[in-house]
Design a protein around this ligand. Structure first.
Ligand SMILES: [Zn+2]
Ligand SMILES: [Zn+2]
Length: 113
């Protein structure tokens, strides 16, 4: 009985999500160092709702869309994923190894030395 209860609590701990933050765009795990908040409607247009994304994913959104387009047409994650450039980017990321972001971070650090 005691053993079963211990196993159950271990299972619960295992499921507890310390790393459960997922990028809203590419659905990959999102380390704290990569997190950026994206306003679904740009702040300049009065938006307040944000989603967490990788820095790279966030950059891609703003490289592909103007603030007016974001506010008018791409003001949800579903709509962003319908944008041809962004969906191509997300599909390209899917083929990258899981430590892609960590690798690219290390490269940048080494470059700056
Ligand atoms: Zn992402
Ligand atoms: Zn943004």
């Amino acid at each position: 009985m005691g053993r079963i209860r211990r196993l159950m609590s271990e299972a619960r701990e295992f499921r507890a999500p310390p790393l459960a933050i997922i990028c809203c765009l590419c659905a990959r795990s999102l380390p704290k160092s990569e997190q950026e908040a994206h306003h679904l409607i740009p702040r300049s247009k009065g938006g307040t709702e944000t989603v967490l994304l990788h820095r790279n994913c966030h950059k891609k959104i703003h490289a592909s869309l103007s603030e007016t387009e974001l506010a008018r047409e791409y003001n949800s994650v579903e709509r962003l994923l319908m944008h041809p450039e962004i969906s191509t980017f997300v599909r390209w990321l899917e083929n990258k190894p899981h430590h892609f972001y960590e690798k690219s971070r290390k490269t940048n650090r080494l470059k700056s030395l």
